[in-house]
Design a protein around this ligand. Structure first.
Ligand SMILES: NC(=O)c1ccc[n+]([C@@H]2O[C@H](COP(=O)([O-])OP(=O)(O)OC[C@H]3O[C@@H](n4cnc5c(N)ncnc54)[C@H](OP(=O)(O)O)[C@@H]3O)[C@@H](O)[C@H]2O)c1
Length: 244
């Protein structure tokens, strides 16, 4: 019997890029049940839908990967949506997980939540030592705020939740649409198309990778997250909240 054997697991974002890898790896661990919450049935930006989700599918462990994700162009065009949707989803998911007695809650943060000028390689303690890259801030700070929400539920209610923060993630099933893609899949597509056309140059918009952000294959990131939720080792400590 392993950690997962008797657990009912709820996975959000399971229809997405990282979620598809996480679902596969999660099922390999043979939990008691896995329920994948999809947006067409449960819009997690609506509290009523989130309450209904936990009522219809009670869970012991929640792996919360749902998020409104976009590249630089999308973030610059619709900063309100990217900020609000992520704040709402995280707030409602955490609250109803606590309210319905979930044992462990794992959420995913974003590497771009780290300060723009944080020294590399990134260190956990630098998360609050500056402002993120301004174009990504509405999304990045909404994701960063979750670490404080999570620590608050731990401090006040003893609720076991944690945030895993991968850097750039890439791999099969990624989003290669240049209007919404993250930097790695956008670069892959641009260079593949340029090579096919033997183009003399490639236009690159982002220097995120050159800033030293670690990149991970999606399957590797998913494995780390599942191990994190089993061990629940705090990646972000309540004591850090005092720095705010
Ligand atoms: N890609 C990266 O490099 C990276 C790096 C660090 C962290 N992350 C984080 O990892 C998570 C997944 O990212 P991804 O790259 O896999 O993105 P993705 O492919 O766009 O997947 C996002 C998922 O979120 C779900 N979702 C979005 N809005 C929703 C809503 N209102 N209600 C319910 N579900 C909603 C979507 O559900 P449906 O499929 O049902 O529509 C989709 O499955 C995000 O939280 C992101 O911030 C990503």
């Amino acid at each position: 019997m392993n950690f997962w054997t008797d657990k009912r697991v709820m996975l959000t974002g399971g229809g997405g890029f990282i979620g598809s890898h996480t679902e596969r790896l999660l099922r390999q661990r043979n939990p008691k049940s896995v329920f994948v919450a999809r947006r067409k049935e449960y819009d997690l930006t609506r509290e009523h839908d989130v309450a209904r989700l936990f009522h219809e599918h009670p869970a012991d462990v929640v792996v919360h990967l749902a998020g409104l994700v976009g590249g630089i162009l999308a973030l610059k065009t619709k900063p309100v949506e990217y900020c609000s949707a992520n704040l709402l989803m995280n707030t409602f998911m955490l609250h109803h997980a606590w309210k319905t007695g979930v044992q462990r809650f794992l959420a995913i943060g974003a590497g771009c939540g780290y300060p723009q000028h944080a020294p590399t390689p990134l260190k956990e303690d630098d998360l609050w030592n500056g402002f993120p890259q301004p174009d990504t801030a509405p999304y990045a700070l909404a994701k960063r705020a979750f670490t404080v929400q999570s620590s608050s539920y731990a401090a006040q209610y003893g609720f076991k939740s944690i945030t895993a923060i991968p850097g750039n993630v890439y791999g099969p099933n990624d989003n290669f649409d240049l209007t919404t893609a993250n930097v790695v899949p956008a670069l892959v597509r641009k260079f593949v198309e340029a090579a096919d056309k033997t183009a003399p140059s490639v236009e690159v918009w982002s220097f995120a990778l050159m800033n030293g952000t670690a990149s991970k294959k999606a399957s590797a990131s998913s494995t780390v997250m599942l191990r994190t939720s089993a061990m629940l080792r705090p990646l972000y400590r309540t004591s850090n909240v005092s720095r705010l």
